[in-house]
Design a protein around this ligand. Structure first.
Ligand code: NDP
Ligand code: MG
Length: 386
């Protein structure tokens, strides 16, 4: 494989740092062109010193001086603000953009990368939830492939490669069930962020960890699957699989099922997206079947985890409703992490916001930005009344 030059948006986060670990293991395959962060100046500087990219962006302007000062003795160019991120992903030298920012903030730079015809290794699922049809259309028109990083979608993508042109009947998305699987509803209702942040199988950023506890993460992934693989929500089935060994499966019309398995390690799907279609060694734990002994499955509990149903409703209604749902979720998860609301307030705020959002059937990108802003504000009003 010819060396690939990569830009990492959200380089200081869980996915960003694991992407750099993949690069660290394969300096002959990958070279870092651009690293971006929100506010974590110290880590961005350390990463820049180790990987020597052409440029870094610290989005929070108040941290710019700190980063610029610390990199003064290097060749690394330092920028600030979202716009510079959008300009720099389009640079000639960049082959692949890893979209690993969290939330709606990832949409604008991802759109910029696609418009510039760059391959996008997509972790930032909120981009596909909020603006899926627009993003997929851009990918097609600009010949800019989107390679899934989310473990379930990487699994389905890998299975589909083996499916050839055969029709697939169902995508089975596996879910760990999160930290509250099996808890009585009364206990979940009182759960604090400290409980929600203890994910059983994956170590991730705070927002996605709360999304996993509410199962909104799985709801987002249903929408992500519909967009990436052009299927209807009826063709996506969620199954709880607490061991997180099977990352997802596809079922054919004759009942045969293909699955992709592995240890829960995000570096595997990250490397697959970066090196596609080739595979290379990767250090880390590997499956030991005799030690695992058994794999278990159950239906998700939709009463205890109403966010999953809300996501199915949002994708069936379509238009700007998934965008409103995402915005309300972002506001509610922030409030929950700040101890301003309780666990089930999250789903109530989202349901209320979705119900009030004026429907736009075929939103433009401007409509998406307007819906995001209005729904976020509407959700915040509801939160303030809790
Ligand atoms: P983290 O919170 O760990 O990292 C988020 C990254 O985005 C950080 O680099 C952060 O910078 C940056 N960032 C946050 N807000 C802004 C902003 N407004 N402007 C610019 N940069 C910003 O998140 P994760 O790595 O866990 O998740 C990233 C995305 O990947 C999410 O969409 C998530 O759903 C998805 N994903 C994550 C998985 C995981 O295992 N973690 C698995 C599958 C999908 P700073 O550090 O400076 O705040
Ligand atoms: Mg996932």
């Amino acid at each position: 494989m010819e060396k690939r030059h990569i830009a990492i948006l959200g380089a200081t986060g869980s996915i960003g740092t694991q992407t750099l670990d993949v690069v660290r293991q394969h300096p002959d395959l990958f070279e870092v062109e651009l690293l971006t962060a929100g506010s974590n100046a110290a880590l961005l500087v350390a990463e820049a010193r180790e990987f020597n990219p052409a440029a870094v962006v610290i989005c929070n302007e108040s941290r710019y001086d700190e980063v610029a000062e610390a990199l003064r003795d290097t060749d690394v160019k330092v920028f600030t603000g979202t716009q510079s991120m959008c300009d720099l992903v389009a640079a000639e030298a960049v082959d692949i953009v890893v979209a690993a920012m969290v939330g709606f903030s990832g949409l604008r730079p991802t759109v910029a990368a696609l418009k510039a015809g760059k391959a996008v290794a997509l972790a930032n699922k909120e981009t596909l939830v909020a603006a899926g049809p627009i993003v997929m259309d851009l990918s097609r028109r600009c010949h800019a492939p989107i390679l899934p990083v989310d473990s379930e979608h990487s699994a389905i993508f890998q299975c589909l490669l083996a499916a050839g042109s055969n029709k697939v009947k169902t995508l089975h998305l596996t879910a760990s069930g999160g930290p509250f699987r099996g808890w009585p509803r009364e206990h979940i209702a009182l759960a604090r962020k400290e409980d929600a942040l203890k994910h059983p199988n994956w170590s991730m950023g705070a927002k996605i960890t709360i999304d996993s506890a509410t199962m909104m993460n799985k709801g987002f992934e249903v929408i992500e699957a519909c967009r990436l693989f052009d299927v209807t929500p009826e063709e996506v089935h969620v199954v709880v699989h607490p061991e997180s060994v099977i990352h997802s499966m596809i079922e054919f019309e004759d009942g045969a099922v293909l699955a992709q398995l592995g240890c829960p390690d995000m570096r595997v799907p990250i490397q697959f997206a970066l090196a596609f279609p080739e595979r290379f060694p990767l250090k880390g734990e590997k499956l030991d079947f005799a030690r695992i002994r058994r794999l278990t499955f159950e239906e998700p509990d939709r009463e205890k985890f109403p966010c999953l149903g809300l996501a199915f409703e949002a994708v069936r209604r379509g238009g700007n409703i998934p965008c409103a749902m995402n915005a309300a979720n972002e506001a509610a998860v922030k409030a929950y992490l700040e101890d301003r609301i309780r666990f089930y307030d999250i789903s109530e705020v989202i349901a209320g916001t979705m119900a009030e959002t004026p429907f736009i059937g075929e939103p433009s990108l401007d409509d998406i930005f307007a819906t995001n802003e209005a729904a976020y504000a509407a959700a915040e009003e509801k939160i303030a009344r809790k």
